[in-house]
Design a protein around this ligand. Structure first.
Ligand SMILES: *Cc1c(COP(=O)(O)O)cnc(C)c1O
Length: 375
């Protein structure tokens, strides 16, 4: 059976975890956490990066930093994972879903401005498949309407838009290091923060509302409870695991890109024959091969395709039941405008196996079975 995803293991993870244990510093903000934070800062050019226990928690932290109050509105795509929405719902926000672009499956930036009301506070673009949203347009709209931008860059580590790293363009960026993502620590994530004062605030919120981080740096002589907060720090053992993968980020990225390019090359004739739609990467975007997908002709065709692949020992999956039609989406949000793309893509998109170390023989076999289905 060809798996859909196999989390990478680069070889040094165990050694680094042992090192963390031997150092008797396995709680949060230990040496490996600091190395990971610095790696993210160096790679993305953001002001501050802080590891969290998940991207979900990074998004929740961003919603607090954006000062979301009950009744505030957040503009986001409906074609995304539930965490993008939940983070704001938990602070009492109303969700305003807009349609996605047919090419990148990212939020359609041309529909954002008309969805803005006097309650709008945040725009939350999601970089689907690690391909950048039209951030210049989004940042311009945010600036003119005085809105905060929270990038869900869960899938976008090592990707960029016009030379800028995904997650570093908006006010806040949220990354995921879940085992289904390109770099993993089991469960984990990070928040990227542009503003220096907000970075200090974040440090306090994620240390249970205390100024303990300042205390540990010797900036205050005792630490106290200074604001609302929670615990968002991962154990340094998990950070040690992640650091081994970040050190090998180029190896992982190049390997995934090679697989992605091979898929594309082999399946392009099917697109040219009008059978399927393949991913589109705009020229000004560098992607990270997080995902290789195809958009089939109908939901019926997709169901038959997944069945055909399974019979041939290949696991393929679909995702994102549109949030606006889910029970919680109906309760917490509304769809602005008409759904021209979201539902079609959600019903017809299928993802092929994609992971570090996927063998060329397997890619060739998968492509042969895709062609067989469409013969
Ligand atoms: C994976 C993912 C998340 C959640 O990441 P966790 O680290 O599992 O919390 C959020 N948004 C998007 C778009 C994702 O793909």
């Amino acid at each position: 059976m060809i798996s859909f995803n196999v989390p990478p293991y680069m070889g040094k993870e165990t050694e680094y975890m042992k090192e963390a244990i031997a150092g008797h510093k396995i709680c949060g903000d230990g040496p490996f956490t600091k190395k990971c934070n610095q790696w993210i800062i160096d790679k993305t050019g953001t002001t501050q990066a802080l590891l969290t226990t998940s991207c979900t928690q990074a998004l929740e932290l961003a919603a607090i930093l954006a000062d979301i109050q009950p009744g505030d509105e957040v503009i986001l795509p409906s074609f995304t994972f539930v965490s993008t929405a939940n983070a704001f719902v938990m602070r009492g926000a109303k969700l305003v879903f807009v349609d996605i672009r047919p090419d990148t499956k990212n939020i359609d930036e041309s529909l954002i401005e008309e969805a803005i009301t006097d309650k709008t506070k945040v725009i939350a673009p999601v970089h689907y498949a690690g391909v950048g949203c039209e951030m210049d347009t989004i940042m311009d709209i945010a600036k003119r309407h005085n809105l905060t931008v929270v990038e869900d860059a869960a899938q976008g580590v090592m990707s960029s838009y016009k030379g800028r790293a995904l997650g570093s363009i908006g006010d806040y960026g949220c990354l995921s290091f879940h085992e289904t993502k390109n770099y993993s620590m089991g469960e984990g994530g990070a928040i990227l923060i542009k503003d220096r004062a907000k970075a200090e605030e974040a440090e306090i919120i994620r240390e249970k509302g205390t100024d303990r981080s300042k205390f540990l740096r010797g900036q205050v002589d005792k630490y106290s409870w200074v604001s609302m907060g929670s615990s968002y720090l991962p154990s340094d053992m998990n950070a040690a695991y992640l650091y081994a993968q970040l050190e090998e980020a180029d190896t992982i990225n190049n390997n995934r890109l090679a697989s992605w390019n091979s898929y594309r090359e082999q399946l392009l004739p099917l697109q040219e024959a009008g059978k399927v739609e393949l991913p589109v990467i705009p020229e000004h975007c560098v992607h990270n091969a997080h995902m290789f997908y195809m958009v089939t002709g109908s939901i019926k065709e997709r169901t038959a395709f997944i069945e055909h692949m399974k019979k041939n020992d290949i696991l393929t999956v679909f995702h994102y039941v549109p949030l606006h039609s889910a029970p919680a989406g109906l309760k917490y949000g509304r769809f602005h405008g008409s759904d021209e793309v979201t539902n079609r893509v959600a019903s017809c998109l299928v993802r092929l196996p994609m992971y570090y170390g996927l063998e060329q023989d397997n890619i060739d076999y998968i492509c042969e079975k895709v062609r067989e289905f469409y013969r």
